[in-house]
Ligand binder design. Structure first.
Ligand code: HEC
Length: 170
């Protein structure tokens, strides 16, 4: 009789312990995944804090204990934001194009236009407007603009690179 009881108890114990071990395994696996997620986010946090630090330095005028590379980065940023401010475009460009192609044609949603020739830009504008080149955004937008305006825009945008270079040399 006692033998039977011992056998039953040990079977129960064996089952219980394997269930327990299975649970532990699962927890360990979860923990591993969590660590992976944390490691990943740490990288992105590192990147965004770097940007934040630079931003902060720009608004506070820089901090004394920052290292050389941060200083250089800051200088470059200040320089480029200075040239952004000095860079004037027509209201025609600013109102119709800059939201997608950037204040100085550097490209955002739309491709970079800075450095393109007048011919390239005008050809593209004409093709978008007529629908030869299919793009709904550009097509819709250009319906409201006259040939003359397209010509003006192409002329203006083709000077962006030279303008940018001139401002940056100062
Ligand atoms: C709402 C966003 C948006 C606006 C506003 C916009 N564009 Fe675009 N533009 C685009 C996108 C997106 C493309 C890429 C289309 C493609 O290649 O199919 C493009 C393409 C172009 C191209 C061809 C560039 C290349 O490298 O292929 C030119 C030139 C251009 N746009 C000029 C202009 C001008 C000039 C204006 C203002 C009148 C303007 N765009 C306004 C989104 C925009």
């Amino acid at each position: 009789m006692i033998k039977h009881i011992i056998a039953a108890v040990s079977i129960v114990l064996a089952i219980w312990s394997s269930i327990y071990m299975y649970g532990l395994d699962k927890e360990a696996h979860k923990l591993e995944n969590i660590h992976k997620i944390i490691a990943k986010s740490a990288i992105t946090i590192k990147k965004s804090t770097k940007k934040l630090v630079i931003k902060e330095m720009l608004t506070t005028g820089g901090s004394s204990n920052s290292n050389d590379s941060a200083n250089k980065e800051l200088e470059a940023l200040q320089k480029s934001s200075g040239s952004m401010a000095a860079f004037k475009t027509s209201s025609l460009y600013a109102q119709n194009c800059s939201s997608c192609h950037g204040k100085i044609g550097q490209g955002i949603i739309g491709p970079k236009l800075m450095g393109r020739t007048k011919k390239f830009i005008l050809t593209n504008l004409k093709e978008f407007k007529s629908g030869v080149k299919k793009n709904y955004v550009m097509y819709g937008l250009l319906q409201n603009l006259t040939k003359e305006q397209l010509n003006k825009l192409a002329t203006e945008i083709s000077t962006f690179q030279a303008k940018y270079d001139a401002v940056n040399k100062k």
